[in-house]
Ligand binder design. Structure first.
Ligand code: NAD
Length: 476
């Protein structure tokens, strides 16, 4: 028997979890459950992360977690428990299969059958934000080499293990050449290791438009965290109902499975919620545990139930459905259909599957790192870039001259345009032609300080193996 942690969560959580557990029991899944409490009640009883320490111990012991949705209280500085769980447990991969149930559930995209693989730990979700000046705020976008390697390799391994033909990468590397550029570059490095899988790349904006328009052209799509967050909700929605899809969050040591939807407080306690999202999450969990035969049985029983026209209210239509079922009645129908094969949908074939094993990324040998200068960020409420530009040019040392000033990334000095709108936040680049030592950075900061220049932050300019690790100014 495998022990799995479960949490019934908030809103419709207890109803859909009870329905799912009844199906797992009826299908003889060789699993025992340890229940923990998370969510609203825990937040409100003083655990600001929505979970108490004993519950962490259970999660750590069992390593596998089947989780119903929770309600995050509005305001009050409460942090999202979902984000905390993903990051604390190192769940770097969020996998969301999106497939419609056409013709039994209405969708504009009857042939869509794609899987979004979203990086789950970094990008703008590092949550490192600062207000730097009265007018300007900042959120750091962190993309790491090991983070990219893990998720991209996971996408290809997933494709291979699930008989998928193609992996597509989405990034915005035409604009973010260093961060998204790294994601795309590592995709291009890893793709040739999988000659049996096709690969391609889209800039995320046109890629998202194509997914919304013709999702059937995609198979497995891998992308950084924020794009994945947005696009996986779109694909969930256009496949039929947010109540249908399950997702997995996979790490090196832990895994968490949940429906993609939230706690739906508007329909809680009425026995009308669709449990299919959590049922499909449980199927993903069984596959992950190498219990493909049980997963297959439940998935096929779900298909048979939907084919037979037994539908919960969210997918009920008078033309396509035969019976409007409550949450409990729907799960009873799935139980009655265990052992049957679908007649319209292709039969799920999940038996014999193995858990994916992704190697830990290895640290590369240290590149040659040379310090070439420093970007000094300055708070200055003036308007004319030439005033601050001339002042900083005059105070710079000869061997570390001021090379440019940008305002929100646009070059405004030297030779800016009068029309460019400027805020109170100025990025002043001091750059040498030859490598410098850190003393030079301290020296320029000292000169700024003595001249009453209000420095708010610095960013070093490095070359890595002779390649600039910093972007140019727009218009430079
Ligand atoms: P939601 O997904 O809970 O609900 C959106 C709409 O879809 C509602 O009309 C709801 O009735 C319907 N719906 C959702 N699941 C359904 C199901 N299984 N069957 C039938 N209808 C269903 O999104 P929301 O209203 O924006 O968020 C409600 C709460 O859930 C918030 O507190 C939010 O923070 C939380 N949330 C939690 C998670 C999670 O725990 N993973 C995810 C998203 C949102």
């Amino acid at each position: 028997m495998t022990r799995v942690t479960i949490a019934k969560g908030d809103g419709i959580g207890p109803e859909i979890m009870d329905a799912t557990l009844a199906i797992l029991k009826a299908a003889n899944a060789p699993i025992e459950f340890d229940e923990i409490k998370i969510g609203k009640e825990e937040y409100e009883s003083g655990f600001t992360s929505g979970i108490r320490p004993e519950a962490w111990t259970t999660i750590a012991k069992n390593k596998i977690f089947l989780k119903a949705p929770i309600t995050t209280p509005q305001g009050g500085g409460y942090k999202s428990l979902n984000v905390t769980l993903r990051k604390t447990l190192g769940l770097y991969s969020n996998v969301r299969p999106c497939k419609g149930f056409h013709p039994f559930v209405k969708t504009l995209h009857p042939d869509m059958d794609l899987v979004i693989i979203r990086e789950n730990e970094e990008d703008l979700y590092a949550g490192i934000e600062h207000q730097q000046t009265p007018e300007v705020t900042q959120c750091l976008k962190l993309i790491s080499r090991p983070g990219c390697e893990k998720i991209i390799r996971y996408a290809f391994e997933y494709a291979r293990a699930n008989n998928r033909k193609k992996v597509t990468c989405f990034s915005k590397d035409n604009i973010m050449k260093i961060t998204d550029g790294m994601f795309h570059k590592i995709f291009d490095e890893i793709a040739p290791e999988y000659p049996d899988i096709q690969n391609d790349h889209y800039i995320v904006d046109i890629g998202a438009a194509r997914i919304a328009d013709t999702p059937e052209r995609f198979d497995v799509v891998v992308m950084p965290n924020l794009y994945g967050d947005i696009i996986s909700d779109i694909t969930g929605q256009i496949s039929g109902s947010v109540g249908l899809a399950g997702s997995s969050n996979i790490g090196m040591n832990y895994a968490m499975f949940e429906a993609i939807h939230g706690s739906a407080p508007d329909i809680a306690g009425q026995n009308i919620a669709n449990p299919s999202g959590l049922i499909q999450a449980a199927v993903l969990m069984l596959q992950h545990l190498g219990m493909g035969d049980v997963a297959e049985n439940i998935q096929n029983a779900l298909y048979v139930t939907i084919e037979s026209g037994i539908h919960t209210a969210d997918i009920y239509s008078s033309e396509l459905s035969k019976q409007k079922a409550g949450t409990k009645e729907f799960s009873e129908a799935v139980i009655a259909n265990l052992g049957k094969k679908p007649s319209h949908f292709p039969e799920a074939k999940l038996a014999g599957g193995k858990a994916l094993v992704i190697p830990e990324p290895q640290r590369k040998p240290d590149p040659k790192r040379e310090l070439m200068g420093v970007d000094v960020f300055v708070y200055w409420p003036g308007k004319d870039p030439n005033v601050i530009g001339d002042k900083l040019r005059d105070l710079a040392a000869d061997d570390l001259p001021l090379s440019m000033i940008t305002n929100r990334g646009i070059k405004v000095y030297p030779n800016g345009f009068d029309e460019t709108f400027c805020t109170d936040h100025w990025r002043c680049r001091f750059k040498s032609e030859t490598p410098i030592t850190f003393d030079k950075v301290l020296d320029i900061l000292q000169r700024c300080h003595q001249a009453k220049v209000d420095v708010i932050k610095t960013e070093h300019l490095y070359y890595f193996d002779g390649v600039a690790g910093f972007s140019m100014g727009q218009g430079q």
